[in-house]
Design a protein around this ligand. Structure first.
Ligand SMILES: Nc1ncnc2c1ncn2[C@@H]1O[C@H](COP(=O)(O)OP(=O)(O)OP(=O)(O)O)[C@@H](O)[C@H]1O
Ligand SMILES: [Mg+2]
Length: 505
């Protein structure tokens, strides 16, 4: 113990000798001690002043320890309560813990055990208070509906979201992967007057092209093979609410026409249907592509672009608002320390420096992953620089450009691992080729002078798999990109088998 400074403990027992025992023990450790001779007395104390810990006897006349526990959970919910009893039975122990007691001590006491339990209880109290303080600080200025950030850029985004709240205007959210587009979409909906109505998310990039129309607009029984019953589409499901069209840039051109129609006319027809269905749906779309550029290339319809782009929320990459890194890191630290039950409170100054210098091409998602990983690896009470991932520890590797000369230099001074190096080089080139061909394996193979069979083998070896994984790796890939349009059957390359997995309501 010995951490008593300013900590107040309430001791409740109807036996004078027990009260005295605790008073002596706790005062010696530097705590302020208040004693109550029964439950009634204790209730008065709880109403009058704040405590950091309550230690109470279980068996007392009139108001017993159980009732006191319940009462203290009401008046001072964060204060841990330790139960003391001479009649330890598992039943009463279980009951007390269920009612929220922190722990349970039985007489006769073992001093070491008492000290340890008190330490742990106070530690927990401190953590919950700190957490609450952080939360309320966060809630005031730096957050908006789960979006965190105190930078000017984020403040402007909060303003914009607020302005859209009272309207039903369409919103287009742009930004690199992991910048929080989905969080913004939710914030727009849940701060609008539609917040109690449905919010339906559609990942346009994940639904097979031939199913998109029926997913969005529903179909009539028998309208195509597999249409065994009438089915409602997502637009109908979102009626009176909001539909969030994620990765809108992936929507095929002929679907863009149909989407434009719903937005303009506020009605549509089901696949195979003859009646028009009226809907009132607010459309929020998101993309990590430069849609204006896509319009220029005729890959995205200009008229639809203007319809969607009534209000544009442009999320800045994390590397352009680095002042938000400490706040986000602290937040993720608390989240993952809590989730893993680890007692890690801080990020060391050196580790924070490392986090500030990194470029985060995966943006907030990448930062979150980094903190999660560091918390998992950390063995001390502070995230140390050494627990950060390699690309922060050795910033040079981040660029992945290694020249032959550099490798030769390394050989001069020490040794290299040739196989690892060759593998890394191969992977780098594969990714670069795919980037150039926007994900087309056939063309990438041609570019590298290898067969499509060979490129498939190599991609598999490096774990570069389907379109989604390539996007994760930061590649800007086309929808049908993975197809090797020759001797290979497409089966293995198909992106999704069941679109339902990708549609969340
Ligand atoms: N400003 C923020 N505050 C708190 N958490 C954030 C913020 N921005 C992003 N995140 C977190 O980062 C992760 C990625 O966010 P989100 O899914 O909204 O990104 P996205 O832009 O939709 O990415 P993608 O284009 O890859 O779909 C989520 O776990 C989200 O909670
Ligand atoms: Mg997203």
């Amino acid at each position: 113990m010995g951490m008593g400074g300013n900590m107040r403990i309430l001791v409740v027992d109807d036996e004078l000798s027990v009260r005295e025992f605790f008073e002596i023990l706790l005062k010696k450790e530097g705590f302020d001690v208040v004693s109550a001779k029964d439950g009634l007395d204790a209730l008065q104390c709880l109403r009058d002043e704040e405590f950091d810990l309550v230690i109470t006897d279980l068996n007392m006349k009139e108001i017993d320890g159980m009732s006191l526990l319940k009462e203290s959970k009401k008046t001072q919910p964060e204060v841990p309560v330790i139960m003391v009893t001479a009649f330890a039975t598992t039943d009463s122990a279980v009951e007390a813990m269920k009612a929220g007691a922190f722990d349970y001590l039985s007489k006769p006491f073992k001093i070491d055990e008492i000290k340890l339990t008190i330490d742990k209880a106070l530690e927990k109290k401190k953590l919950t208070s700190e957490n609450r303080a952080l939360k309320s600080a966060l809630q005031s200025k730096y957050t908006f509906s789960n979006l965190l950030g105190e930078s000017e850029a984020m403040q402007r985004i909060y303003d914009l979201i607020r302005k859209t709240a009272a309207t039903r205007t369409n919103v287009l959210i742009c930004g690199e992967s992991g910048t929080g587009k989905e969080l913004v979409a939710r914030a727009v909906h849940f701060n609008s007057n539609r917040k109690d109505r449905p919010f339906v998310t559609v990942n346009c990039g994940a639904i097979p092209e031939n199913l998109i129309e029926s997913e969005l607009f529903g179909h009539m029984k028998g309208s195509f093979t597999g249409a065994v019953a009438n089915k409602q589409g997502l637009f109908e499901a979102a009626h009176t609410g909001t539909i969030f069209l994620d990765e809108i840039g992936e929507l095929p051109l002929q679907m863009q026409v149909k989407l434009l129609r719903v937005i303009q006319e506020r009605n549509f027809m089901r696949v195979g249907g003859t009646e028009t269905v009226e809907v009132d749906v607010r459309v929020i779309a998101a993309t990590n592509r430069d849609l204006a550029e896509e319009v220029k290339k005729a890959a995205f319809r200009e008229d639809l672009y203007y319809r969607l782009n009534v209000i544009q929320v442009k999320l800045p990459p994390l590397r352009h608002r680095k002042d938000d890194i400490p706040l986000l890191s602290e937040f993720f630290l608390r989240k993952y320390a809590h989730e893993t039950g680890k007692d890690i409170r801080r990020i060391s100054p050196r580790a924070m420096e490392g986090l500030m210098t990194y470029d985060y091409y995966g943006n907030v998602r990448e930062l979150e992953n980094i903190i999660e990983r560091s918390v998992a690896l950390e063995t001390s009470q502070e995230v140390q620089f050494e627990s950060l991932p390699g690309n922060i520890l050795h910033p040079k590797a981040q660029h992945e450009d290694f020249s032959v000369r550099e490798v030769q230099d390394q050989l001069e001074t020490g040794s290299i691992a040739l196989d690892d190096l060759m593998e890394a080089f191969e992977k780098d080139l594969l990714l670069k080729a795919l980037e150039k061909t926007r994900g087309s394996r056939t063309r990438a193979a041609r570019m590298l002078g290898i067969s499509t069979r060979s490129i498939r083998y190599r991609l598999k070896k490096h774990g570069i798999g389907d379109v989604d994984e390539m996007r994760e790796a930061g590649l800007d890939v086309l929808d049908e990109a993975t197809e090797c349009g020759d001797e290979d059957s497409g089966a293995e390359d198909s992106v999704v088998s069941d679109s339902r997995d990708f549609v969340r309501k």
